[in-house]
Design a protein around this ligand. Structure first.
Ligand code: BGC
Length: 833
C-alpha cells in the first residue's frame, strides 16, 4: 500500500483536560452553570455525570437527578426519529438525507425530529451520526450517517445539529471516532482503528469540526480503540483534538458500555458515562458511581476535573434553554403499557404511569415524504422510461415491494430483512407507526387513471415472476440490501454485510423480469452500495431508482418520482463500484481477527477512501460519487474565481480564549459528607454516588499520567469552536451560470471539487468535494451560482507544522454534476506572504 506522508499512528498523552467555558457564545450559560454547580456538594456533583443504569429510567440513558437542583436528563436515540416510542414519525435515514444534498431539507429534518423528541421529554438526542463515515462500503452502520465523504458528512452534520438544537434539544455528534466497522465493535477486545495524524484530520475528524462549529452540545466517544487506546479513555482524542484543537464546549458521553476504565477515562476527558453500568452490560458495576466519589476523595480525580465535567453538562443544558420549562419524559423505552415500573430495570415498585401516548407527529409525514423523494437517485433512464405516462398494465415484483405482517422488518430493533426495507437495524431505528407500502401506493396511483397492477412478491418463484412480467407494459422490480448495528444479526449479516450483493435472490428476480419485460425499472432500497453488474447494462433494464432507506414514506415518495410529480434530484453519497474489490484493500472489513483478542485495523488507505481511491487507481466505477440524473438537463458555464482576501498559505496565529472557565473551591470535602442522605431509601439496582458510613479514604498521592503536570503546547489549529477561526475565513469565490436546458423544472446539485497542484510535493487526492449548491430552475431558466471556499476547504493537514496549510503554488477548482463530470475548471495561485 502506498501511504501518504506522515503515517505515525500514535495517541500521545494530552493532559490535563481543557476546561469548558472559553467561548463567548457560551459565556452566559457557563456563568449560570457556575452558580448552580458552586452550590452542590461532592455527591450532588457526582450524580450528573453518571447514568442510573440500563433501563433505570424512561430513556435509553438517564442521569441521576439532583433533587431540587438539577433534573435527571433523558438521552434517547436516535438519528432518524424517537426510538422505542409510539405516535412518532419514522424519518428517512441519514444516508437518504445525505443523498438529497439539500442543506435546508437536512436542517428541517433535524428540527422536526427534535420537535418530536422534545414533545416526548427527551433532553439529549443521540444523533446525528457521522462515524461510521463510510471507509468500508459493507460497514453495518454507514446508513445512519450522510455519506462516504468528510465534507458531505460535515455539511449535513452541521445542518442537522443546527436544526435539532433550534428546538432546544441537545444534539450528539457520534461516534467519536473511527468507528467504521461492526465486527469486534465493543468491549475490552474491541478493534483498534490505527490512523495517522493527517488522515484523522482530513477524513474522520472533519465532520466533528463542523459539528463543534455548529455548537453541538454533546459528543459520544465510541466503542473502538484508536491507535490501541480505547476512544473514551484516549486523552489525545478527547483532551487534545476535541477539547483543545476543536474548542468543544459541551460534554463527552460514552457510548453505551464504551467506558473501559474509571479514573483513566475521566482524566482523558470523558464527562459522562452511559448507561451507567460498567464494562458488563446491565450489571451495576459502575466505573463511576461511588467510584467517582472515591476517586475525588483520594485525589486520583482532581476536584477541578469533576467540576469541569458537571459544569460542561449543566452549561449545555442552560445553553439550550432547557432551564425554562422543559417537558418531562412521557414515554417508556421498555414497555408500551400505560402503567408499569418507573425504574423498569429494578423489577419492583414504584409503579406509575409510564406511557402517556402523546402524538408528536404534527405534519412531519409530508416532510418525510419530501426528503425521501429528494433522496432518491435516478441512476439510469434510457428512452426516458421515467416518468411513467399512465401505463395500463404494471407488473410489480420482489418482496421488497411489500410489507410483511404490516410492518417492515418486524424484529427487535428491525434486525432482519423481511419485506420492504425502510431503514437498517440497531439503535438508530424506530417503530414505524404508519408505513407506506410501495405496492399499495403504486396500486392506488394506477387506479386513479384505470391502470391495473399485477404483483409477484415471492423472490423464489422465478417462474411466476417471468410469466407475469411477459404481460406488462412496464415492470417495476424491487430489491434490497440490509445491514445494521452489530449486536444483532440476520442470516450471514453480522452487522456489517459479508458482500455487496443484493439480498434475498434479488439479482435473479431482476434478471427474470428483464428477460421478459422490455420496460424494466429497478428500485433499490439499500444501506449502501450494491453490485449490479449481473444486470445493470441489460437493454431491458431501462431505469434504476436508488431509493436508499426512505423511512415510513417509502411508497408515497416513490410514486411521486415514478409518475413525475417530483423530478429526481438526489445524487449518490458514495461510489457504486463494479465489485467490492474495486474499492481497494483498505475498504475490506476485518471479519476475522488478525491479532488474537487485539484485532487491528490499520487505516493504510489513509485519505484514499471511496472515490478518492477509485480516482487515484483510475478504476471506473459503475456510478461515481455525486452522480444522479434528472428528468431535465443542465448546462454549466465556465467558472470565475475571485479572491476574497489575500490568498496565503497559513492561518492566522491561534487567538487567546474569549472567555475564562469558572473556578471553584477545590478543597476535598470530608468522607462523611458523601454518605447517603438521612431519609434515603435506595431504589433496587439504581446507581448512586454515595459511600456507606464508615468508609475511610486516604487522599493521594496519585501518579497522574505522563504530561499531567506539564501540559502540551496548545494546537495552532485551535482557538475557537471548530478550530482556529481563520480556517473558516472565505478565501475564494467561485461563480458560474447554471441553466436548465431541458423540458421540465428541476433541481441540480452543482458540485465543487478542489484539485491539487501537480507540483506541491504533497500527496493529495485527485479531487475532493469542497462545495455544493442545490439549485432549482424552471425550463430555460439560468442562474448565477456562487460558492465560497474557506481556508480550511483549500488546505491540507501539515503534520510538521501541526496545522492546516494551502499547498504551494495554489489550488485548482472544478465544478460539475458529479465527481467525474466536471465542466468549469480553474486554478488560483497563492499570493506572496
Ligand atoms: C450505539 C449508539 C446508541 C447507544 C444507545 C449504542 O449501541 O452505538 O449509537 O446511541 O447504543 O442506544
Amino acid at each position: 500500500m502506498r501511504r501518504q506522508d506522515g503515517a505515525a499512528t500514535t495517541s500521545p498523552p494530552w493532559y490535563p483536560a481543557p476546561k469548558g467555558g472559553t467561548a463567548k457564545s457560551w459565556e452566559e450559560a457557563y456563568r449560570k452553570a457556575a452558580e448552580l454547580v458552586g452550590g452542590l456538594s461532592l455527591v450532588e456533583k457526582a450524580l450528573t455525570p453518571i447514568g442510573t443504569g440500563w433501563a433505570m429510567g424512561p430513556c435509553v440513558g438517564n442521569t441521576g437527578p439532583v433533587p431540587g437542583k438539577f433534573p435527571s436528563l433523558c438521552l434517547q436515540d436516535g438519528p432518524l426519529g424517537v426510538r422505542f416510542a409510539d405516535l412518532i414519525t419514522a424519518f428517512p435515514a441519514g444516508i437518504t438525507a445525505g443523498s438529497t444534498w439539500n442543506r435546508d431539507l437536512i436542517r428541517r429534518r433535524g428540527a422536526a425530529m427534535a420537535a418530536e423528541q422534545k414533545a416526548k421529554g427527551v433532553n439529549v438526542l443521540l444523533g446525528p451520526s457521522m462515524g461510521a463515515l463510510g471507509k468500508f462500503p459493507a460497514g453495518g452502520r454507514n446508513w445512519e450517517g450522510f455519506g462516504s465523504d468528510p465534507y458531505l458528512q460535515g455539511v449535513a452534520s452541521y445542518e442537522a445539529i443546527t436544526g435539532i438544537q433550534s428546538q432546544g434539544v441537545i444534539a450528539t455528534a457520534k461516534h467519536w471516532v473511527a468507528n467504521e466497522q461492526e465486527h469486534f465493535r465493543q468491549g475490552v477486545d474491541a478493534i483498534s482503528s490505527n490512523i495517522d495524524d493527517r488522515t484523522m484530520h482530513e477524513i474522520y475528524m472533519w465532520p466533528f469540526a463542523d459539528s463543534v462549529k455548529a455548537e453541538v452540545g454533546s459528543v459520544m466517544c465510541s466503542y473502538n480503540k484508536v491507535n490501541n487506546s480505547a476512544a473514551c479513555q484516549n486523552a489525545y482524542l478527547q483532551n487534545g483534538l476535541l477539547k483543545d484543537e476543536l474548542g468543544f464546549q459541551g460534554f463527552i458521553m460514552s457510548d453505551w458500555g464504551a467506558q473501559m476504565s474509571g479514573v483513566a477515562s475521566v482524566l482523558a476527558g470523558m464527562d459522562m458515562t452511559m448507561p451507567g453500568d460498567g464494562i458488563d452490560w446491565d450489571q451495576r458495576n459502575s466505573l463511576l458511581g461511588p467510584e467517582l466519589t472515591k476517586a475525588v476523595l483520594n485525589s486520583s480525580v482532581p476536584m477541578d476535573r469533576l467540576d469541569d465535567m458537571v459544569t460542561r453538562i449543566v452549561a449545555t443544558w442552560y445553553k439550550l434553554g432547557q432551564d425554562s420549562g422543559y417537558p418531562e419524559p412521557n414515554f417508556s423505552s421498555w414497555s408500551k403499557d400505560d402503567t408499569g415500573f418507573i425504574y423498569w430495570g429494578s423489577g419492583e415498585a414504584p409503579i406509575g404511569v409510564i406511557n402517556q401516548h402523546i402524538d408528536v407527529r404534527a405534519d412531519h409525514a409530508s416532510l418525510a415524504r419530501e426528503i425521501a423523494a429528494e433522496g432518491t437517485v435516478l441512476l439510469k433512464n434510457d428512452r426516458n422510461t421515467l416518468p411513467l405516462q399512465q401505463p395500463m398494465k404494471i407488473g410489480v415484483y420482489g418482496e421488497d415491494a411489500i410489507l410483511i405482517d404490516g410492518n417492515p422488518n418486524l424484529c427487535p430493533d428491525r434486525g432482519c430483512n423481511r419485506g420492504t426495507l425502510m431503514m437498517g437495524w440497531g439503535s438508530g431505528t424506530v417503530d414505524i407507526n404508519d408505513p407506506k407500502e410501495p405496492l399499495a401506493e403504486i396500486r392506488a396511483k394506477a387506479a386513479t387513471y384505470g391502470g391495473v397492477v399485477e404483483a409477484v412478491t415471492d423472490n423464489n418463484d422465478i417462474a411466476a415472476i417471468s410469466s407475469s412480467a411477459k404481460k406488462q407494459d412496464v415492470c417495476i422490480v424491487f430489491i434490497n440490501a440490509a445491514a445494521g448495528e452489530g449486536y444483532l444479526s440476520w442470516e450471514n449479516v453480522y452487522g456489517d454485510r459479508p458482500n455487496l450483493d443484493a439480498q434475498k435472490n434479488g439479482d435473479n428476480v431482476v434478471i427474470a423480469v428483464a428477460n421478459n419485460c422490455d420496460n424494466t425499472i429497478v428500485v433499490v432500497h439499500s444501506v449502501g452500495p450494491v453490485v449490479m453488474e449481473k444486470w445493470v447494462t441489460k437493454r431491458q433494464v431501462r431505469s434504476i431508482l436508488w431509493a436508499n432507506l426512505p423511512g415510513q414514506e417509502s411508497g408515497s415518495s416513490l410514486v411521486d418520482i415514478l409518475w413525475g410529480d417530483v423530478n429526481p434530484s438526489g445524487k449518490l453519497p458514495y461510489t457504486i463500484g463494479r465489485s467490492l474489490e474495486d474499492y481497494g484493500p483498505g475498504a475490506q472489513i476485518l471479519y476475522e481477527s488478525n491479532n488474537g483478542n487485539r484485532p487491528q485495523q490499520d487505516f493504510e488507505d489513509g485519505l484514499f477512501i471511496d472515490y478518492r481511491y477509485f480516482d487515484r487507481e483510475k478504476i471506473q466505477p459503475r456510478y461515481e460519487f455525486g452522480f444522479g440524473l434528472s428528468y431535465t438537463t443542465f448546462s454549466y458555464s465556465p467558472i470565475t474565481i475571485t479572491k476574497l482576501r489575500p490568498f496565503t498559505s497559513h492561518p492566522s496565529p491561534r487567538p487567546p480564549p474569549e472567555s475564562t472557565p469558572p473556578e471553584y473551591n477545590s478543597t476535598i470535602p470530608p468522607v462523611d459528607s458523601t454518605h447517603p442522605p438521612g431519609s434515603f431509601t435506595p431504589i433496587n439496582r439504581l446507581i448512586y454516588p454515595y459511600l456507606p458510613a464508615g468508609s475511610s479514604i486516604t487522599p493521594g498521592p496519585y501518579p497522574y499520567p505522563d504530561g499531567y503536570t506539564t501540559p502540551p503546547p496548545l494546537s495552532p489549529a485551535g482557538g475557537a469552536q471548530g478550530g482556529n477561526p481563520s480556517l473558516w475565513d472565505p478565501l475564494l469565490r467561485v461563480s458560474f451560470t447554471l441553466t436548465n436546458t431541458g423540458p421540465v423544472a428541476g433541481a441540480e446539485v452543482a458540485q465543487l471539487y478542489v484539485v491539487p497542484p501537480t507540483d506541491s510535493g504533497v500527496v493529495m487526492p485527485v479531487r475532493q468535494l469542497r462545495g455544493f449548491e442545490k439549485v432549482f430552475l424552471q425550463p430555460g431558466e439560468s442562474r448565477v451560482v456562487e460558492m465560497e471556499l474557506t481556508r480550511r476547504e483549500v488546505s491540507f493537514w501539515d503534520i510538521e507544522g501541526q496545522s492546516w496549510r494551502v499547498p504551494v503554488p495554489g489550488v485548482g477548482v472544478t465544478v460539475g454534476e458529479s465527481s467525474r463530470k466536471g465542466h468549469g475548471r480553474g486554478f488560483v495561485y497563492l499570493d506572496r506572504e
